[in-house]
Structures are given as C-alpha cells and as structure tokens.
Design a protein around this ligand. Structure first.
Ligand SMILES: Nc1ncnc2c1ncn2[C@@H]1O[C@H](COP(=O)(O)OP(=O)(O)OP(=O)(O)O)[C@@H](O)[C@H]1O
Length: 337
C-alpha cells in the first residue's frame, strides 16, 4: 500500500508574504486526493513542501511517521525516493533524449545495470503511450508528450506517493482524460497514494477520493468527495461550479462591497452543477481500487455528523450496495461497520 502523508499546522511565508498558515490534512494511504484553489494560492508551494524542497517556518509533514521537515539530509533523500513527482511542464532535461530522461532517476538512485534499466524504462514508456519515442529530444515533441514522459520518469522508482502538479496543463481534454485514467489504473494496480493539484473542475469532480481547497491563505476544507461535492461551503461551491457569484474574486478575496453589488447584479447561474457525479473507474480487467473501499468506510463514519440534507444527497447518489449498507448502519445508529 502507498504511504500515509500527515500534514500538521503547516505555515509558509516568503519574506513578508504569507502563502498559507496552519494547514493540516492527511492524505490517506492508497487514495487519490486533489488540492484545488484559485491561481496563486500556493498549491505548487504545498507540493514542494511535501518533498522538502520548500521549508515551512512551522509545522510537520510525516510520511509514514518520518517528519520530512525535521529529519536529517540522509533520511530526507530516502523519503524523497518514495515520491514520484510530475511537475507542470514535465521538467525534463532539454539536452537528454526521452529515454535518458526517464532512465535518469534509476541511474542516479539505484545500482541497476543498463539491461535492467532498459526493461524498466521501456515498460514505463509503454504505460504512458510513448513506446518507441525514446530517441526524441524534449524540444522535438508536443507538450502532451513531454507531460507523459515526465510521468514515466516519475514512475520508474515505483513510488509509494505520486504528486502531480496540474495534470491538464498543456493537454487537450482527451489527453487529460487519458492521463487521469492512467492515474486511476496505477492506483488500482499498486494502491499508490496520489495527490494532484488542479483547477480543472471536471477532473476534480470525477478523479479523486478526497478534495481539499486552499483559499485566502488557509485550507478551507479537506474531505472525501461525497462530503465535498455536496457541501454548502460557499468557497468550495463557487469554485467547483466556476461561478463568479461567491467569495472568490478576480484577485483573491472580494471585499464586502463588491460581493454585495454582485449579489444584486449577477443572476444566479442556471447551469450550476451540484452534487455527486460518478467517479472514474479503473479500466476493464483491472481490480477494484482498495482505496475506494477504504474511503467508503470513512464516509460511513462521517454520515452521522452531516446535516440531513447532505446525508440524503450522498445516500441517493451512492452505488446500490453501499447505499443500502449505509442506510442500515445509519438506521441502527451504528457509525462503524
Ligand atoms: N521561491 C519563491 N520565492 C518567493 N515567492 C514564491 C516562491 N515560490 C512561490 N512563490 C509565491 O508563492 C505564491 C504561490 O505560488 P504557487 O505557484 O504555489 O501558486 P499556485 O496556487 O500553484 O498557482 P497556479 O495555480 O497559478 O499554478 C505566489 O505568489 C508565488 O509568487
């Protein structure tokens, strides 16, 4: 199973600019989580903090119990090997072929021979649809191919945790769906912990088990998709619907006067999409995702604490066996199965 990442009371500033403060959340092992938020709210900084590239002034980041912030350099190197990171542009070395880019972590961090390296690189390149493209240079291929090569490189060390910064940047909607499907399939096969950072509402609604939202220098909420996609929290609702009406303005938070004026002049959008849409499933022939089952158990525990409207909405959208089990448990007043 992938690793659990526990973040507690994390605060980061650059000089006098506070990026976010007191962020606490747990990425459950083997589940797919997504961090949302308007541009500039520090999502990329958060990813870099998880792997110890950015040092916060307060807080802890524990990867299966090891604190990335306070551990020594040697231990940090070991923890980093557990992460596979896909940065926005793929972050490839421009002078190296795709093959050498993907092979790089294996040559750098393992003692594997070239024939073993070739086997692994070819396997990962095939997985991301780049079989046969190894000789190309990053400058000779499209942004989408660079992105997929970046993913292949992120996977060669068989990471326990995959971090993906904006899976859809530079990709068309079809390629974005393929990339998202690759992540779901990887999670189904290996039970890897995955965190993606995205603005893409469609992706946020359909891919992750858990959603978090950064806004106005704090983590507004973090929780299972059932809870987040049905909640009434204005920031989350506005963002997940891409609406103008709400607390998020063009540049961060609106002042009270602007919000009041807009409430009078902007019509409530007709096309507001609320509620739970079905989650992406692993490709045919792959096993069910164990992470999904674990999330369902957590939701069972949470149902009792939710308002009746939200509980009913979740139960109405749940798959038949789960909904029946949740209803029974709820009726019996039992939180834990
Ligand atoms: N090394 C750095 N030094 C100073 N400021 C930085 C540094 N890295 C990031 N920042 C600032 O931190 C803020 C958050 O940046 P970040 O890239 O994490 O936002 P984001 O939410 O990922 O944005 P986007 O969605 O547009 O990619 C920005 O104001 C940025 O200028």
């Amino acid at each position: 199973m992938g690793a659990t990442v526990e973040v507690e009371h994390l605060t980061k500033s650059f000089g006098r600019q506070n990026i976010w403060h007191d962020v606490s959340l747990t990425l459950p092992a083997g589940e797919i989580s997504a961090l949302l938020g308007p541009s500039g709210t520090g999502k990329s900084v958060f990813l870099k903090t998880l792997i110890g590239l950015v040092r916060p002034e307060r807080g802890t980041v524990r990867v299966d119990g090891v604190d990335v912030i306070s551990c020594g350099e040697r231990e940090l190197q070991e923890v980093r090997k557990r992460f596979g990171v896909l940065f926005q542009d793929g972050a490839l070395f421009g002078s190296l072929s795709l093959y050498d880019n993907v092979a790089f972590p294996l040559r750098e961090h393992t003692r594997k021979g070239e024939s073993e390296i070739r086997r692994i690189v070819e396997e990962k390149m095939e997985l991301v649809g780049l079989a046969g493209a190894g000789a190309k240079l990053p400058g000779q291929i499209s942004g989408g191919m660079r992105k997929r090569a970046g993913l292949a490189r992120a996977l060669v060390l068989d990471p326990d945790i995959i971090l993906v910064d904006e899976p859809d940047s530079g990709l068309d909607p079809v390629r974005t769906s393929y990339l998202a499907q690759t992540l779901v399939d990887l999670n189904a096969e290996l039970d890897t912990t995955i965190l993606i950072v995205t603005h893409n509402i469609e992706l946020a609604r359909r891919l992750p088990d858990n959603l978090g939202m950064l806004f106005n220098r704090r983590l507004v909420m973090f929780g299972p998709r059932e809870v987040m996609l049905t909640c009434d929290e204005p920031v989350v609702e506005q963002f997940l619907n891409g609406r103008r009406l709400g607390p998020i303005g063009m540049s961060e938070e609106k002042d009270a006067a602007t919000a009041a004026l807009e409430a009078e002049t902007i019509e409530e959008d007709d096309e507001t999409i609320r509620g739970l849409v079905p989650q992406m499933r692993p490709s045919r022939g792959l096993p069910d995702r164990p992470g999904e089952a674990r999330r369902a158990h957590r939701v069972t525990d949470l149902l009792h604490a939710l308002p009746a409207r939200q509980r009913e909405e979740i139960l109405a959208a749940a798959p038949a066996p789960e909904a029946a089990r949740w209803r029974d448990l709820h009726a019996a007043g039992t939180a834990v199965p």
